[in-house]
Unconditional design. Sequence first.
Length: 465
Amino acid sequence: MEGITYLTQKEAQSLDEELMGPLGFSVDQLMELAGLSVASAAATEYPTSTHPRVLVVAGPGNNGGDGLVAARHLHHFGYQVTICYPKPTSKPLYDGLVTQCRSLGIPFMSAEELAAAPLSSKYDVVLDAMFGFSFQGAPRPPFDAIIEMLKPGAHPPPVVAVDIPSGWNVEAGDESGGGLRPDMLVSLTAPKLCAKQFAGSHHYLGGRFVPPQIKEKYKLNLPPYLGVSQCVRIGGSGRSPAAGPANVADMRLSYGSGGQSLDESDMAEAGPMQEFDAWFKLAASSGIQEPNAMSLATATVDGRPSVRYVLLKGYDERGFVWYTNYDSTKGKHLEENSVAGLAFWWEPLQRQVRVEGVVEKVPDEESDAYFYSRPRGHQIGALVSMQSTPLHRGRAELEERAARLERQYADESVPVPRPPHWGGFILRPLSVEFWQGRPSRLHDRLRYVRSSVDSNEWRLERLAP
Ligand SMILES: Cc1cc2nc3c(=O)[nH]c(=O)nc-3n(C[C@H](O)[C@H](O)[C@H](O)COP(=O)(O)O)c2cc1C
């Protein structure tokens, strides 16, 4: 990002004091959010599928506290976490974090135990949460020895530095030139001056709590966080081996470690639409941005398939509704072959729903009702786009048509007519499969089937995964 702000040590300290003074934050809150950001950022670049074993090295101060919080979150994200916390701070906040981690069964290791074997033989990624922006001088034992184990010459696994690579000067960076070379840096609140020297693969920003007063006062130029994300990428070469396409084959999650299972006796007796209602509501409350995004498969009459995403805009006992252009590719397919399929994938829940059935247009009144519930700009958009036809004159053709129609419908008292080629489809299901990810690929699959779209008699069957 261009022109991003870097803080001096003094600025970072006074910003922290302001957050914890006039702005009403407690240290626990800031630590909790910082640790969550670090865990989210690390999990984004080093997924459990490729980097399941994480070592967290926590120092005696706030940086170490951030590390302990991150360790706890990483455990809940599904990592096998080990903590090295050689100089525990005896304060209720830190005691509590240690108790929380121990209660999850996270093992604690001494610095000596760590030194017994090369780190890369036991861990896939190391979180360096030893020293933060208050650190000055030279690291003392046992941290000096741990830092040695994390230097490039010791061939450690990728190192994720929390805010400051330990041993670096907060402003001048790696003054000796022989210090840590983390693969990832997660800057908290705002990057400190030393981050300018960071030459690793991933630079992230975390700590999504900065109020506007602070942004103005410190003239912080920082990128926005997207959606519900706790971190945002702000730089790095992106060259980490974890990110490369070569590792696609190794990317696999073990599902169902949380113990979710599907039992025939738990499935709605009234049929799949009632079951879908429960699943959809859970997905909608799970932080998924567009739980109603579904892939829709259609085919020509001679069996040439095509798949694309559309948005579910309603469901009831009849089936699943979406809106589109009837003259589009999918519209033409459905005109000649009304058999289609849908699939939802709700990743945080490790759940899939698959539907097959027969598609019809929804009644005109229903399309009208939805069309007029949309913002006026979207209504005009439906008139503008001759979906799926080539734009021979490029994007300009689309924009000219949009401008012309916006002029034509500038008077907001004149309703935009719903074009006859735009409306809803409903897929009336013949089968609906509920899929729950389980460990070792022994997933649960329960499918409702019926013999015709007018039948109310659903049969429930279990399928091999
Ligand atoms: C998440 C997502 C949701 C979409 N929702 C719709 C939709 O509800 N209706 C629609 O016509 N196109 C939607 N699109 C665009 C379609 O995927 C597709 O590009 C377009 O409908 C043309 O498809 P076709 O040429 O196969 O007919 C969506 C795309 C995405 C990525």
